[in-house]
Design a protein around this ligand. Structure first.
Ligand code: PEP
Ligand code: MG
Length: 544
């Protein structure tokens, strides 16, 4: 057994098999060879194995997900047999006297470039497929055939790093935990794991990812941040017991459904849910969230290869509002940038992306894209109670511009005879120290504040939330952060607007009493934390 330690995210334990997430194709070296025939034979053998593997996966997929979704593996098999593809591999070996791995890799790049250059988006998508099959052949060539993860098995995803857009593309139904070598607990992949109610451990270090092998048995302890690879019997028994106790606590919390979020002395607050997609509405309702405090709409943009259209967005927002059955829903306009990169946006390389073009800065630089989202939001507003939230605001003039664009959008909709609710609330994320400091200026301009402690902490303490090396310097209870939060609450209430916390600190039970004493009106946490926080609030007595 080997034990690794990182930072645990969601309080639960998962037992499963490792699937190593590989971002880049395996690194391939060019080696000059003598025996061309032997290299060609190696390719043929690697392809034969690949076809066998794909046939197995296809058959399993047929049972698990049905014919339509399984079809992609048939296409992969056809691609491996494609004459042009194989001819190019052979030509490269023949003419350049190079090894099979290099020839396959070069062929893959060539074909991917051709597909990418095509106008038809279906054909463009084939670039990913050709890379996928080539990766499989190269893995077989380098003797890693039996370690290729079966995507249809329930797995623990182990990755060096995992960007939010990569996480979005994973099939969530097959994942029971994440272990991330780098990245901190404030990174979006970690937050997403929390939203998915599955354990994650981040910052286990590079050694983990170098040593871990697909298919190994693994236990992920989200309570302590421990990861056990090839666990011994005693560890399995100990963690099984821990998980049993956790399940017991969960059952106890179920009894709190339908009860109020009220302190012993009668102070009531809202406990809402943070979500990243329409699918999480069910989890929010199942956990009796009073509403949605934060929908990170950027995940809609990251899950696709092209910008979501107004109609696509309208449908998603409408479904969420309808799904929540009149409970309040706060949708944040896209907070793209920093670690939430969207390929088709063509971000320029930034030395320090967290301080770069992100959130509202992109919205103001691309007003058409922003307007499309606002149109979809306002149009959907008739289906429930909507709040629109603006991320990364740092100045009153930015907010003025944003509100001006909202008015333009509303006028256009009116002119087109399109209906929208007149009671849509607008709010500002307080997630830059600047916004907290000028919260007295921002409060009169909006209907609510939502404090994003993840970014507020990173910018106040100058600690990159993505960098596990500085995690030891992140004091989430730092006086400076708490003072900025309190300042924002006081300024919000002076203007009679409501204020919530939607960053991860909202779920930190050690701070709940302090937040209530500050006057916080709402805590927005992952769906799975709603009932736990209700339990915490109900045990607090502010009269003492
Ligand atoms: C935050 O910064 O606290 C927040 C809620 O936004 P995100 O984590 O998406 O940056
Ligand atoms: Mg933020």
């Amino acid at each position: 057994m080997k034990t690794y330690i990182g930072k645990g995210i969601y309080r639960s334990v998962a037992f499963g098999k490792v699937a190593v997430f590989k971002r880049q194709p395996v690194s391939v070296k060019r080696v000059y060879i003598q025996d061309k025939e032997a290299e060609k034979a190696r390719v043929a053998e690697a392809e034969r194995k690949a076809l066998e593997q794909l046939q197995d996966i296809y058959e399993k997929a047929l049972k698990d997900v049905g014919k339509t979704d399984a079809e992609i593996f048939k296409i992969h098999m056809m691609m491996i047999k494609d004459d042009d593809y194989n001819e190019l591999i052979t030509n490269i070996i023949e003419s350049e006297n190079v090894n099979a791995e290099y020839a396959v890799s070069l062929t893959s790049d060539n074909f991917a470039e051709i597909f990418n250059g095509m106008k038809d988006s279906y054909m463009q998508a084939r670039a990913e497929d050709v890379k996928d099959i080539s990766h499989r052949i190269i893995a077989n060539l380098s003797g890693k055939a039996e370690h290729i993860p079966d995507p249809w098995e329930k797995v623990v995803i182990c990755a060096d790093e995992l960007t939010p857009s990569e996480t979005v593309l994973l099939d969530k139904n097959k994942i029971i935990a994440f272990v991330i070598a780098h990245g901190s607990s404030y990174s979006h992949a970690a937050i997403l794991a929390g939203n998915m109610s599955i354990p994650a451990v981040v910052g286990v270090g590079g050694e983990f990812i170098d040593q871990i092998v697909d298919g190994s048995e693994i236990i992920v302890d989200g309570f302590t941040g421990e990861v056990f690879v090839d666990p011994d019997k005693e560890t399995v028994a100990r963690l099984s017991e821990k998980q049993r106790l956790f399940e017991e606590e969960k059952t106890f919390l179920q009894d709190l459904k339908g009860k109020r979020n009220v302190t012993v002395d009668g102070r009531e607050i809202n406990i809402f849910a943070n979500i990243g997609s329409a699918e999480e509405v069910n989890a929010s309702l199942a956990n009796d969230a009073g509403g949605i405090g934060l929908l990170r709409s950027e995940f809609l943009y990251m899950g696709d290869k092209t910008l979501p259209t107004e109609e696509q967005q309208y449908t998603v927002y409408k479904n969420i509002l309808e799904g929540m059955g009149g409970r309040h829903v706060v949708i944040r306009t896209f907070d793209i940038g920093a670690d939430k990169q969207v390929r088709y946006f063509d971000h320029k390389y930034e030395e320090n992306p967290a301080m770069g073009l992100r959130g509202i800065r992109i919205a103001l630089s691309c007003p058409d894209i922003f307007k499309t989202q606002l149109r979809a939001l306002y149009r959907a507003s008739v289906y429930g109670s909507l709040g629109i939230l603006f991320p990364m605001i740092a100045s009153a003039s930015e907010l003025e511009k944003v509100l001006g664009i909202c008015e333009e959008v509303k006028s256009e909709l009116r002119a087109q005879g399109m209906v929208f609710s007149e009671s849509v609330e607008v709010g500002v994320m307080i997630e830059t120290p600047a916004a907290a400091i000028i919260s007295d200026r921002l409060a009169p301009m909006v209907d609510f504040f939502s404090i994003g402690t993840n970014d507020l902490i990173q910018y106040t303490l100058a600690c990159d939330r993505q960098n596990s090396e500085v995690e030891q310097f992140i004091d989430t209870h730092h006086e400076a952060v708490l003072r900025l939060i309190e300042m924002s609450v006081v300024n919000a209430h002076k203007c009679g607007i409501h204020v919530g916390i939607c960053g991860e600190l909202a779920a930190d039970s050690e701070l709940t009493e302090a937040f209530l004493r500050m006057g916080i009106d709402e805590l927005s946490v992952s769906p799975a934390s709603v009932l736990r926080m209700r339990n915490v609030v109900r045990a607090i007595d502010l009269s003492k």
